[in-house]
Design a protein around this ligand. Structure first.
Ligand code: HEC
Length: 237
């Protein structure tokens, strides 16, 4: 028979067992407690480096600001924008009547404009441009049926692009409306590429012509066919 160990040994054994729990408990506790001055920072990566944070003070400059203005005349890469025709739709201080150099009024260009118009503009202005897109219709409906402002908002009727005033807009002005918006309409400069904005402007002109053309606008050789009703999509049936 195994002799019973002395009580003191059992006592020390239990004590050692309990003491063994302490280190892992301490480690677990430290690991779970956020502390900026962690004693052991195993992986430095780029955690510590000299820098100025936003709004910090930098005594190097007379005004004490760490954030500096760009030096006057600085132009960010790719943002020269010196061609006012291309970037603003302006030639010699007036709205451009033509496409900027490098862009050509081709069928493909207009088709691209139509596709982009249908994506970005038709929701409000309608596919034919009468200001009757689905978003506009829905908003007008909500406004009409509401007793007060709907959800604290309001809606301005999207302009008909065949409005006599809008019809007078030069190509450059239309490009500018697409880019920067006008009154209550937001600009699309940030969403639509530069060339596509010109394509849309060109397409709006075509759309306007489609609703307001005279016989003189039809090429002579096609006029007879037009009168006989033989013309479809600009081609003889
Ligand atoms: C979210 C709806 C909405 C979208 C999308 C929209 N528009 Fe408009 N647009 C309006 C509204 C509303 C007005 C009238 C603004 C006013 O009178 O304050 C307007 C006005 C215009 C005008 C008339 C400017 C004038 O001189 O009165 C043109 C041109 C125009 N939009 C073209 C476009 C083109 C091109 C697109 C697509 C890139 C487009 N819009 C997309 C709502 C929209």
């Amino acid at each position: 028979m195994i002799p019973k160990p002395p009580r003191v040994l059992i006592f020390l054994g239990v004590l050692a067992g309990l003491a063994a729990i302490v280190p892992p408990a301490v480690i677990a506790r430290v690991r779970a407690t956020p502390d900026e001055n962690r004693a052991v920072h195993m992986f430095f990566d780029m955690d510590f480096q000299p820098k100025f944070k936003t709004q910090a003070v930098n005594p190097l400059f007379a005004d004490g600001r760490a954030q500096r203005y760009a030096v006057a005349g600085t132009v960010a890469r790719g943002e020269t924008d010196l061609d006012t025709h291309l970037h603003q739709g302006v030639v010699n201080g007036a709205w451009a009547e033509s496409l900027p150099a490098g862009l050509e009024m081709t069928d493909a260009f207009l088709a691209r404009g139509q596709q982009r118009f249908n994506i970005y503009c038709s929701v409000c202005h309608g596919y034919a441009g009468f200001g009757d897109g689905t978003v506009n219709k829905r908003a007008m409906e909500l406004m009409a049926n509401a007793e007060g402002p709907v959800y604290g908002t309001s809606w301005v009727q999207a302009k008909s692009l065949h409005d006599p005033v809008v019809r007078e807009h030069q190509l450059g002005m239309l490009y500018n409306v697409v880019t920067n918006g006008i009154r209550n309409m937001a600009g699309y400069g940030a969403q639509i590429d530069l060339e596509d904005r010109w394509a849309i402007a060109a397409y709006v002109k075509a759309l306007q012509l489609s609703q307001n053309a005279s016989l003189q606008d039809v090429p002579t050789e096609l006029r007879d066919n037009l009168k006989k009703g033989n013309l479809q999509n600009g081609e003889v049936k």
